[in-house]
Ligand binder design. Sequence first.
Ligand SMILES: Cc1cc2nc3c(=O)[nH]c(=O)nc-3n(C[C@H](O)[C@H](O)[C@H](O)COP(=O)(O)OP(=O)(O)OC[C@H]3O[C@@H](n4cnc5c(N)ncnc54)[C@H](O)[C@@H]3O)c2cc1C
Length: 378
Amino acid sequence: MDRILPSDEAYELLGLTRELADGELTPRAARYEERGEFPREVLRTIGAAGLLGLPYAEADGGGGQPYEVYLQVLEILAGSWLAIAESVSVHTLSCYPIATHGSERQRKLLPDLLGGDLLGAYCLSEPQGGSDAASLTTRARRDGDDWIVRGTKAWITHGGQADFYNVFCRTGGPGAAGISCLFVDADTPGLLPQLPERTMGLRATAPAQVVLDDARVAGERLVGEEGSGFRIAMDALDAGRLGIAACAVGLGQAALDYAVAYAREREQFGKPIGDFQGIGFMLADMATQVSAARALMLAAARLKDAGRPFRIEAAKAKLFATDVAMQVTTDAVQVLGGYGYVSDNPVERWFREAKVLQIVEGTNQIQRMVISRSLTRP
Ligand SMILES: Cc1cc2nc3c(=O)[nH]c(=O)nc-3n(C[C@H](O)[C@H](O)[C@H](O)COP(=O)(O)OP(=O)(O)OC[C@H]3O[C@@H](n4cnc5c(N)ncnc54)[C@H](O)[C@@H]3O)c2cc1C
C-alpha cells in the first residue's frame, strides 16, 4: 500500500516495523494465542526497537514521532499480531498521565517508562461498571503522607505483567470530581493481580482483575491535582481510541489481503472465485471500508498533531474503524468458506479478535453517545 508520510525517518520507521512484524510477530502469533502465553520477550524486542514510547518527546526518552506516524506503526503491528499492537497501545496510554500531568519529580521516571523495558497498565474499569467510569468505587484514603487504596479493578490489560499501574480511584465525593489518579508500582504490597480472564480472542494478553487490598501508596504518587483523575483518564482515552482505531485498520487490512489472495487462487465452477461478482464486489467493499477507516483515523491524528481539538473525530474514527474491522473479518471468513471457519487459516482468529475492538476504551455505543452529544449539546 502506498503511504504518504511526513518524513524520511517515518518511512524508515515503518520499514523497520514491517521487518519486525514479519520476522518476530507473524511466526509466533497463532502459537502464543492458542496457548494464551503472554509474549513478554516479544514486547522486550518491540521496546528495544523504540516502539514503546513513539509519540512522546525525545527529551523525555520517547520517539518524538507525530501521532499519525505512531498510528501507522500500530497498524502494521496489528496486521501481524493484534495482541502486540494492543499491548503497545495500552502501554502508550499508561504513560500519558505522567507525561502530561506528572510533577517534575514524577517526570524523571519518563525515560524508564518510555525506554522499552517497563510495561504499564491503565486501571479504570471495575467489575460493576466500565461505561459509567465516573461511578467507580475503588477508594483511596489518606494515612499520614500515604494513600491506602482499597477496591477491585477489572479487565486490566497487562494485569499481573505490568511494572506500573495507573489506578483511578475515589479520593473525594461521588461523581467525576471525586476521582484521582495514582501511579502504583507493581511490587506494592496489597496490589494483587488475579488470574487472566478466559477471553474469546487476544488470549496472549488476556486482561485480569487487579485487587487493591489496602495497598499503601506514597502521597507523592498522586498524578496531577487531587480530583483531576477523571479528566486525565478521559483525555488519555481520546488519544488511546485512535490507537484502537489503528489496531482495527491493521486487522481489517490483513483480513482483506488474505481474502484477496485466497479469492485469486481458489477455483470453483472452473474459475477463480474472485472472478464471480458476488465475491469480487465483497472484496471491493472491504477494500473501500478499510481505506475509509484509515482516512478517518489519519484525519483525527493530524488534528491532534496540529494541537487542535480531536475528541469527536477520535470517537468517530474508533467507532467506524472497529465496526469496519468486524465486518471485514466476517467477510473474510465468508470468502474462505469452510476454510475460514478452521484455525488452519488466521481469519477465524482475526474474526474473534475484531470483536473486542468494538468494546475496549469505550464501547461503540459510548462513542455514539460522545458524537451525538457533540451534535445535540454542542
Ligand atoms: C480484552 C479487554 C481488555 C480491556 N482492557 C482494559 C484496560 O486495560 N483497562 C481498563 O480500565 N479497562 C479495560 N477493559 C474494559 C473495557 O473498557 C470495558 O469492558 C468497557 O468499557 C465496557 O464496560 P463493561 O464491560 O463494564 O460494559 P457495560 O458498561 O456494563 O456495558 C454493557 C453494554 O451496555 C452498553 N451501554 C452502557 N451504557 C450505555 C449507554 N449510556 N447508552 C447505550 N449503551 C450503553 C454498552 O455499550 C455495552 O454494550 C478491557 C476489556 C476487555 C474485554
